[in-house]
Design a protein around this ligand. Structure first.
Ligand SMILES: [Zn+2]
Length: 93
């Protein structure tokens, strides 16, 4: 099994786990060393909606030697259960 196949499987598993845990977004994280290729570097730190994830496009692997992973994004998004309270909303309450 190639490195890209391994990365693809772990991405699929991670996406499913994040979905099951009600996360909405993920962030791409490269291994961060000098062997990271340009295709992967371009994706480093990018945040995407889990429902929009397309492996090979906005989810790893991005190259044949890809070792990138995806991480859950915490609290940067609004949900219906816990709307973000802005200063404006606090003032008019
Ligand atoms: Zn990569």
């Amino acid at each position: 099994m190639s490195r890209a196949d391994f990365t693809r499987q772990s991405t699929e598993r991670s996406l499913q786990e994040l979905k099951d845990s009600d996360y909405k977004q993920y962030k791409v994280d490269t291994s961060g060393d000098s062997r990271v290729c340009d295709a992967c570097k371009a994706q480093d730190g990018k945040v995407y909606n889990i429902k929009d994830a397309v492996i090979g496009v906005n989810a790893p692997p991005f190259c044949d030697e890809c070792r990138c992973i995806i991480m859950p994004v915490f609290g940067d998004f609004e949900t219906e259960d816990s709307p973000v309270i802005t200063d404006f909303q606090i003032k008019i309450t």
